[in-house]
Ligand binder design. Structure first.
Ligand SMILES: [Zn+2]
Length: 232
């Protein structure tokens, strides 16, 4: 039973190691980080679009204000109210300034719109890519979950068997095994076959067989210190 326990514990250690390296789980993790970096670029791109829209609205408001000023000035200039030549000259000067400003704002709005269009296109591309990757990720996730679930079940079964054996062992013997296992870092029960120690392979004197068969007696290999059990 101690031998069985030892082998079971080895199997459990291997399974636990395998569980940490399940390929589909690793693929899922790396794809998940790709998707989240994609989401980050998407959200920063969306931020750029929002900022562009704000800039556009501001530009349009400026244009409206300038347009209103121009209309007001035109009405005054050609309404016949103002008679002074000097004042008329000043107003014409002001009008041409406003017209220059108007054309500048119009140019600015145009370039904002171009930029915005590019950003919106890029955003929609990123959005599509993100959706595609997300769908792919969900598939990988399902596979990874299935495989992880399976590995967990296997491990749970092994652990159940391990507990079953431990419950059948007498406490002092189990304690001895656990101490020895810790001391020898894992392999501490040796299966003797044809008179050889199963761990260090040393040839054991024939008297060992009888001693191992004596009930209640623990026999250890004089060379490696492992607990000997008969394997044949
Ligand atoms: Zn030995």
């Amino acid at each position: 039973m101690l031998w069985e326990l030892q082998e079971l514990e080895r199997e459990i250690a291997i399974k636990e190691d395998e569980m940490r390296k399940i390929p589909s789980v690793q693929v899922y993790r790396s794809q998940k980080s790709e998707v989240s970096s994609l989401q980050e670029s998407l959200s920063s791109q969306q931020g750029k679009v929002e900022a562009g829209k704000k800039k556009l609205r501001r530009g349009e408001m400026n244009l409206q204000n300038v347009n209103a000023s121009i209309t007001g000035l035109n009405n005054k200039l050609y309404g016949g109210e103002v008679q002074s030549t000097r004042e008329l000259e000043n107003m014409e000067k002001k009008l041409s300034q406003l017209q220059a400003e108007q054309s500048e704002i119009e140019d600015e709005i145009l370039s904002i719109m171009e930029e915005l269009e590019k950003d919106e296109l890029k955003t929609s591309e990123l959005c599509q890519q993100e959706e595609k990757e997300q769908a792919r990720l969900q598939k990988v996730k399902a596979q990874a979950q299935k495989e992880l679930q399976f590995a967990r079940q296997e491990l749970a079964q092994l652990n159940e068997r391990r507990i079953g054996i431990m419950e059948q062992l007498e406490a002092p013997l189990l304690q001895k095994y656990q101490d020895l296992s810790r001391k020898m870092q894992g392999q501490c029960v040796s299966l003797v076959k044809e008179g050889f120690c199963g761990i260090c392979n040393v040839s054991l004197p024939s008297a060992f067989r009888a001693r191992i068969l004596t009930p209640g007696q623990l026999v250890f290999c004089e060379n490696c210190g492992s607990l000997l059990v008969l394997g044949d």
